[in-house]
Design a protein around this ligand. Structure first.
Ligand SMILES: C[S@@+](CC[C@H](N)C(=O)[O-])C[C@H]1O[C@@H](n2cnc3c(N)ncnc32)[C@H](O)[C@@H]1O
Length: 276
């Protein structure tokens, strides 16, 4: 069987299983869900954290672990003290996200975050990867914002695949290291920016980091979207510590606390990792 067909079949099998879990999530009471799904997650997460540490050790090419002691509010400070220049970037991103119909500004106010993260990188960004293509709205927004950059998108849903000048997409499942490794072997790409806006479950986040962190260029930025305080306390805080141990800069930005409310009810922060 051709490699492409094999990839499609294995990804669609995962897609069905994921759809099954999502269906269960909506029909069973929260307590039962926690008992079923969270137990399943915990079983695999400990192993995944070890795999992530091994990957980071190789990526940093170091044989000892040092805690990175840098300040914990580098990016949050920029958002909080936003000056006139940043306000221009914030508005530009809002216009782009809204015109392409991405929910990143209207539901999440992520234009504040991304202005702070990217205003310095804007003209030197050549390769952006986003996990979670959906209808391509954010990929098209990045293409318009990073005028010199190629934009790559992956998604588990076969209906999301499209291609246009400077944008490439591929079907891939972020819950499968095999599937993500096919992305790396076909695109052979290093990225200035990686954004995870896909399945938003801890194990998917870690699989994706394991697959792509070695492909993050020096000074590159990796963003995990949609992490509320509870998820951060329960799991993502540990990930931030792991990245710090390996010399990356990591910062949880509790965005709803520092930007105007959106009235959407989506009060999510983000975890940002910088390859310093
Ligand atoms: C919130 S949407 C992405 C929105 C898009 N980034 C934007 O702003 O326009 C999330 C996407 O993640 C995809 N997704 C869900 N589970 C996934 C998985 N396991 N692997 C890859 N993509 C997944 C969904 O199919 C969906 O298209």
């Amino acid at each position: 069987m051709a490699q492409k067909e094999k990839k499609y079949l294995s990804t669609s099998k995962h897609y069905l299983s994921q759809k099954f879990w999502r269906f269960l999530r909506h029909i069973i009471p929260l307590k039962l869900w926690n008992a079923l799904y969270s137990k399943r997650q915990k079983l695999i997460l400990n192993d995944l954290k070890k795999q992530l540490e091994d990957t980071l050790l190789k990526a940093r090419k170091i044989d000892s672990i040092n805690l990175n002691e840098s300040s914990t509010s580098k990016f949050e400070d920029i958002v909080v003290n936003r000056g006139d220049n940043l306000l221009l970037e914030i508005n530009e991103l809002k216009t782009l996200f809204n015109s392409f119909e991405s929910d990143k500004a209207i539901l999440h106010n992520y234009n504040y975050l991304y202005a702070a993260l990217f205003f310095n990188l804007k003209n030197n960004t050549n390769d952006v990867l986003e996990v979670g293509t959906y209808k391509g709205a954010s990929l098209k927004s990045w293409k318009a914002y990073f005028t010199k950059s190629n934009i790559y998108g992956i998604d588990i849903d076969p209906d999301t695949v499209f291609e246009e000048d400077r944008i490439k997409t591929m079907i891939a499942d972020q819950n499968s290291l095999d599937s993500l490794s096919i992305v790396n072997s076909l695109w052979k790409q290093k990225y200035d920016v990686i954004i995870d806006d896909g399945w938003h479950q801890p194990e998917a986040s870690v699989y994706t980091m394991i697959a792509f962190i070695s492909e993050l260029k020096p000074k590159g930025i990796y963003v995990l979207e949609d992490i509320d305080q509870e998820k951060y306390r329960e799991f993502y805080g540990e990930l931030a510590v792991i990245f710090s141990k390996f010399g990356y800069y990591s910062e949880y930005i509790d965005l709803p606390k520092i930007v105007p409310p959106t009235n959407s009810g989506y009060n999510y922060g983000v975890l940002v990792i910088e390859n310093i």
